[in-house]
Design a protein around this ligand. Structure first.
Ligand SMILES: Nc1ncnc2c1ncn2[C@@H]1O[C@H](COP(=O)(O)OP(=O)(O)OP(=O)(O)O)[C@@H](O)[C@H]1O
Ligand SMILES: [Mg+2]
Length: 261
């Protein structure tokens, strides 16, 4: 039943947020990705799971344009973006967070989010001079709130805990008008409390914002996604609802048998 609902939603008539057709990526002789077919509806929340080296981050890199696939085609809301420059994809509402943190450490949380909001607005080349009438400042305040960082707004990024930095990264991805976000292991290194916070933050994002979350923590992945793709050796080997995936013997083998790092 759940599968039918998910299947009919995915086959809906509107353009998909993402449509990958036969996407592959070679690094010399290594097939990091091969024959990836993936359709993600607008507003859908998808988890991508898989062992170390399965190709998850490579998949993100081809979607964002950090590098191009060596075969196949990628569409974003109906538009072909396979070889579009990364900044053009950002302009179209695609965002990502990285597995390794990439923050400016000598700004405060509020300044970082504000600059990100300015960066994607039309007046991106004007000077950094916040004013109360500044729309970017209002947006920054609401983002700081959305990622549960009101109390840290004036804290220097370099002095934040690892968990707070991951929260800030989500905030930066929310700057501008994102339509789809790729989260690369946002729960890595978080404490149990921080994980609960992360789940709450993701589940409270506006419904029109879809995402893919790469996650090793099955518990987090299944609570923040509607559909799950399992990767191994550069391919997707099974997909299903969180319920189906949790009860899949092959998945249990990987997650309970210690087969992932
Ligand atoms: N820039 C690159 N050059 C050469 N090989 C690469 C490059 N990026 C990734 N690879 C290789 O591609 C394969 C997939 O790597 P990828 O980083 O996508 O895995 P992953 O699923 O994200 O793993 P992890 O869970 O460890 O983050 C690996 O064998 C990796 O060594
Ligand atoms: Mg990775």
């Amino acid at each position: 039943m759940a599968q039918n609902i998910a299947a009919s939603r995915l086959q809906g008539t509107g353009a998909h947020a993402l449509d990958l057709e036969g996407v592959g990526r070679q690094f010399g002789a290594l097939s990091a990705l091969s024959g990836i077919n993936m359709r993600i509806a607008a507003g859908e929340r998808r988890a991508v799971l898989g062992s170390n080296g399965a190709g998850k981050t490579t998949l993100f890199n081809t979607i964002t344009g950090d590098f191009y696939p060596t075969s196949g085609r990628i569409r974003f809301f109906g538009e072909e973006i396979t070889t579009l420059a990364a900044h053009e994809r950002i302009r179209r509402g695609l965002r990502r967070t990285y597995q390794i943190s990439q923050l400016f450490t000598n700004l405060t949380v509020r300044e970082s989010v504000y600059l990100a909001c300015r960066g994607v607005s039309r007046r991106r080349f004007s000077l950094f001079r916040p004013s109360p009438s500044d729309g970017a400042m209002a947006q920054a305040e609401s983002i700081v709130h959305a990622v549960h960082m009101d109390d840290d707004a004036d804290t220097l990024v370099g002095t934040l805990s690892h968990g707070q930095q991951r929260q800030l990264e989500i905030g930066l991805a929310l700057a501008g008008a994102p339509r789809f976000i790729l989260f690369d292991e946002p729960a890595a290194g978080l404490s149990p409390t921080e994980r609960r916070d992360l789940i709450a933050i993701l589940n409270a994002l506006p419904h029109h914002i879809g995402y893919i979350i790469i996650e090793h923590d099955l518990d987090v992945a299944l609570r923040v996604s509607e559909y799950v793709s399992m990767m191994h050796n550069g391919t997707v080997f099974t997909e299903g609802t969180p319920d189906e995936i949790e009860n899949d013997p092959a998945v249990q083998q990987i997650y309970l048998g210690g087969g992932h790092g």
